[in-house]
Ligand binder design. Structure first.
Ligand code: SF4
Length: 437
């Protein structure tokens, strides 16, 4: 029987889809890239934004139509929307056969078999304790492994649904993660990314309450095959000095930090329940840049959070100018049902203003990127080729500080180190040509 998995949202969802694909393959099911020929379709959903949920509903409608041709097709929904909506999804969409939680993806072969046996159900049991490196995976990349090291989040930002859909933070044992890195190293993988909603909280739940991401990076660096070690997403108050030192001193540690700030206004940060001030955040950025001169830092910002005034927004603009991020993911605020902001705050910033602020940040960011990227013109940068960038023979790769480079190449060089001479820049990628393979 053939299965197809559609993934929405973050890299953690993608990693969980790799696990589900591996488990189903080992259980005798066959992977297909064509949903029309599948007997089992699993949608791994995201609920961070309304747009992602609408995409899920569109996908359910689309795949549901396949049931007209294939009466035996079963459809299962996992991920954060499933966790949020639970039985409601079964009641609302008659063509869904089962829904399951973010903490029981490793039970997927059983869930599928129950559905194939004719049961229609919702299952949200917690199987995280059974997650370990032995679980088979079907990695989507042949050189870059994504490894979830900590699940859940304890921060309860007032706009965010994650603590409710993914539960409390739970770290995987360090030896288990290292065994997984070792397995990938033995297969010749060059890069690993450690994933977690607050990845720098990794290990805080082990008893001595000390974060251990630094240790994880150091231990992973011992494997010869592994050349680059990435991690995301970071929470500003959880980055320790020791982690910054490790990024600076460990050659294989990526010189890149994704550090969401969300707003530059202290009043709004407090209302968001972010646990830092604008000043503390800027100090942290300056400290990281001082210790790791080649670092790039990206961030997330929400425009039009409830009660955000022009003055608040100006504080955000000021912060952006001071931090000079490499990239910003900007989102207009939209209330997510089930969050504190949805329940208690009035969504009182007009959509037009939210969008105007978003556009304004995009303009500033473009200018910053163009200014920053000028320093790369004429430089030779070392990248690892990731794959195709377009339909012709353009490919892309990344430097160890996450600069995206585009150039002409070929499939055989995927996963290889290449030296690229930069001959054109943009506010986004850098462009160049291979000078050394
Ligand atoms: S830190 Fe805040 S925004 Fe990030 S996952 Fe946790 S609650 Fe959500």
């Amino acid at each position: 029987m053939k299965f197809y998995i559609r993934t929405f949202g973050c890299q953690m969802n993608l990693n969980e889809s790799e696990i589900m694909a591996g488990l189903l393959t080992e259980d005798g099911f066959e992977w297909t890239e064509n949903p029309e020929e599948a007997d089992i379709i699993i949608i791994n959903s995201c609920s961070v934004r309304e747009k992602a949920e609408n995409k899920l509903y569109g996908a359910i409608g689309g795949y549901g139509k396949f049931k007209e041709k294939n009466k035996n097709l079963i459809i299962g929904i996992g991920g954060c929307s499933a966790e949020k909506e639970r039985e409601n999804l079964l009641n609302r969409f008659k063509n869904i056969d089962f829904v399951f939680g973010t903490r029981n993806v490793i039970d997927i072969p059983n869930l599928v078999k129950r559905a194939l046996g004719g049961e229609r159900f919702a299952d949200f049991s917690d199987k995280l304790d059974e997650v370990n490196y032995i679980i088979p995976k079907r990695p989507f990349s042949k050189h870059h492994a994504w490894i979830t090291v900590i699940y859940g989040c304890n921060k309860y930002c007032t706009y965010c649904i994650v603590p409710y859909t993914r539960g409390f933070e739970k770290s995987r044992p360090i030896d288990d993660v290292i065994n997984e890195v070792k397995e990938y190293a033995e297969k010749g993988y060059k890069e690993v990314t450690f994933l977690g909603q607050n990845v720098d909280s990794y290990g805080k739940d082990f008893g001595d309450k000390k974060p251990k991401l630094d240790l994880l990076i150091q231990k992973s660096a011992q494997f010869d095959s592994i050349k680059r070690i990435w991690f995301m997403t970071s929470y500003p108050t959880d980055i320790t000095d020791s982690l910054i030192e490790t990024i600076a001193n460990e050659e294989k540690a990526a010189k890149y930090v994704h550090l969401p700030v969300q707003s530059g206004s202290n009043r709004i940060l407090k209302s968001m329940n972010r646990r830092y001030t604008k000043e503390q955040f800027i100090d942290l950025v300056n400290k990281i840049k001082k210790e790791v001169p080649e670092v790039t830092i990206s961030s997330d910002i929400i425009t039009g959070f409830p009660s955000e005034t022009e003055q608040d927004f100006e504080e955000t603009v000021d912060l952006i100018k001071k931090c000079r991020f490499e990239r910003i993911n900007i989102a207009e605020y939209s209330p997510r049902e089930g969050t504190i902001a949805y329940k208690y705050f009035k969504d009182d910033v007009p959509k037009r203003i939210k969008n105007k602020r978003l556009q304004h940040i995009m303009e500033i960011q473009k200018k910053i990127n163009l200014e920053e990227n000028k320093k790369y013109l004429g430089e030779i940068l070392t990248i690892i080729q990731e794959g195709k960038a377009g339909k012709d023979n353009t490919y892309m790769g990344r430097t160890i500080n996450n600069k995206l480079v585009i150039y002409k190449s070929q499939d055989q060089l995927n996963g290889q180190f290449l030296n690229i001479k930069i001959n054109k820049i943009s506010p986004g990628p850098l462009y160049g040509e291979i000078v050394e393979v």
